[in-house]
Ligand binder design. Sequence first.
Ligand code: ADP
Ligand code: MG
Ligand code: MG
Length: 916
Amino acid sequence: MAKTPKYVYLFGNKKADGDGSMKPLLGGKGANLAEMARIGLPVPPGFTITTEVCTYYYQNKKTYPKVLDPQVKAGMAHIEKIMGTKFGDKTAMPLLVSVRSGARDSMPGMMDTILNLGLNDETVLALVKATNNERFAWDCYRRFVQMYGDVVMGVQKRPGEDHEPFETVIHNLKHERYHEDIEDTKLTVDDLKELVVRFKGLIKERTGKEFPQDPWKQLWGAIGAVFGSWMNDRAIVYRRKYNIPSEWGTAVNVQAMVYGNTGERSGSGVAFTRNPANGEKEFYGEFLINAQGEDVVAGIRTPEPVVQLKNHLPQAFAELENIRKILEKHFKDVQDFEFTIQDGKVFMLQTRNGKRTAFAALKFSMDMVEEKLIDWKTAIRRNPADQLDQLLAPIFDQKAEKAAKVVATGLPAGPGAASGKIYLNADRAAAAAAKGEKVLLVRNETTPEDLRGMIAAEGILTAKGGVSSHAALVARQMGKVCVCGAGALQIDYAARTVTVSGQTFKEGDYMSINGTLGNVYAGEIKTAASEIVQVLIEKSLDPKKSKTYQMFKQLMDWCSKVTRLEVRTNADTPEQTENAIAFGATGIGLCRTEHMFFEGNRIDAMREMILADNLEDRKKALAKLLPYQKEDFVGIFKALNGYPATIRFLDPPLHEFLPHEDKAQQDLAQKMGVPVEKIRNRVKELHEFNPMLGFRGCRLGIVYPEISEMQARAVFEAAAEVQKAGIKVRPEIMIPLVGFKKELDLQVEVVHRVAQEVMKEKGVKLNYLVGTMIEVPRGALTADEIAQTAQFFSFGTNDLTQTCLGMSRDDSGSFIPAYTELEIVKKNPFATIDQTGVGQLMKIAVEKGRSTRPDIKLGICGEHGGDPDSVKFCHKIGLTYVSCSPFRVPVARLAAAQAALEEEAASAAKKPAKKK
Ligand code: ADP
Ligand code: MG
Ligand code: MG
């Protein structure tokens, strides 16, 4: 007989069935509770129901495996034994538990925890008796009925209601009895009892069901609710944003309650072992005296900084300081942990690697190497590549900020500078951002419902809540600028105004926030470049004076030590080229020559060329373009100073260069001295039903070889000139949109012929390559033939994605959101390479290309070249380089180094297995 599967893992009493490595099975919370128990930290006993049960639940019409029931019973018995109390005890201290969700990756605030489960009309009396604390017992009970009613029984805000119905009940009672919003801690026993009655009434009225009195029924209801919440809207939105697959599922943790609300010697808090906003090595976080955990993050009461705990409960503080050290030493990373103090005794309820800003990540990694907690390779992996560009984001212009009026201050929760039009509601904020406005989301506090608005906003400003409030947490993770708990703001949701310092701001008015200092300003403030940009690009800051730059440089230097993939840039001007090289690019991977035809008078010559109806006129117009184009290349070659440049020949359809509006056509006709009809007709002729698949790419150069000829001449004349000046030049000419070997052959012939001519004329020898883009499926599939001619391939993944998927990027806006929502595509394929589809074409092309030409140079030049996941994929399939926009170069370098380290780790893990 098969062994009974193990669905329940126990922890408690310095022991555990599981451990920290079991996150896929136990979820992040469960695995780390087990790990903390193992290393002897004070964790209340409990058990974890595995994520496999979640999967089973959804595959079997929301039912559980048969063997779960006895395993859960055994789990409860385990808790009872350690605690010395009984679940549902009506005569002595009853065992109460929390029921907590816990996915593999933490999903803050996405799923709801139920506290104090096991209370009913009888056990509450037993709790009163056992603790001799009537207020505490009834406070627990009313919290429990509220949470259970909300999370399990679904009593939630209805459309049109402004407040949560339970909050309305509390509000009404306070006003009936005290005529004002007193703090919850001021509610009397009688108030709390009355709340329990009214809550039960509300549940009955809204659901038609009674609040369940049987503790076991409560327990199974709560377990079902946690599994159910895996598919709620908020969880789905969050998973989509962070690309967490829905198959992973959540675990459920059932854990003995400890109480932070028994009085002044108790409390609850959230802390970080170091400051996750600025990276400083200081104990960071906050707590509330006489509160249960959810009060701290809910932002209802504003908590105190954790260091103040010293003044209230010095012993507990000392214990926490010690735990802080133990955690870092053990987990070797900055921890974000939750604790509760019950009558002076500290309990640990959660720990995880703390989310951090890009700046904090950088500082942590540098400091920890110095402290010998981690090595430099680990330091590279500790910096999330997709966050690195936060370090290059603008800050406020110093002068402008000094001149601006500070209207309020709050807590600096997400560093950086943000200026925008204020909106007080997430939907309106998202709508405004969709129209291209810069938006600042302003709220009293945020909840997971506000996520869409937070994603859309430049920055987030809240009036209430501390540094571990929802707003702060999410902002940190998304790298948003955030100021929270700016208590002076008076927000009127109905009137859509914010009043502060005697000034009233309407929705749509500008405000600005400095998330590094916590300042809130009236109006718009000019932003300035980040320190790194000031050092590297503007050269206005002395590198020795910028610590940020020093750390950034160290990180990049380490990256260079392990990277196999080169990082080039997409650049069409000397300036862009210089910027990219300053960021560490080692060449141009894509120089789009057509961009050069739009500037100043060049467009006139270009239009003349397009309007010409015979070869001679066309050549005349091209001759006018030649010096411009040559001049561009001279600048670029000089900027490259010896690095290679991949230059793509003309690619877009010609109609893109002609004016389409009547007035513009008339102006052009006048300027060129031709009848306007001629222009109109040519535009009509060039009109295509499907320009993306039309007369473009190498098709232009094949029909009009004189265009390619001019471009080749410009490249080689420039190369000759710069080489004569003593600078090495390495042009790599790239023919776009090739699907047939013959297409490439015809173009290469032109290039070689012109090269010979120029070398002879100028008396120099030039080294150059000719290759092609692989950007249509036929090109990928016949890569072995194409490689007979091509000396290099560069994957044009924008077009390759369009043509492989049969999906136009510019038209995909109308359905891609639905596709991501339905998880037809996991990520937008135009942002991250579709590895299973497009990726296969790339692999085929790599393999076939190498079979013909083993040393063929391989690169990528689509937008994907700056996307960390795509960079890692390119590393895996063995490309020589990726190319991306100049400001993405550091991101790509980091991703490339991480890819190399991941490969190293994977092959190290394989080795011992082979030996056996
Ligand atoms: P989230 O994933 O949203 O952080 P948690 O499961 O961590 O939810 O629970 C929220 C809060 O509830 C915790 O911060 C903790 O303070 C409190 N809590 C959870 N379990 C217990 C428990 N067994 N005893 C006391 N407080 C608890
Ligand atoms: Mg938590
Ligand atoms: Mg293309």
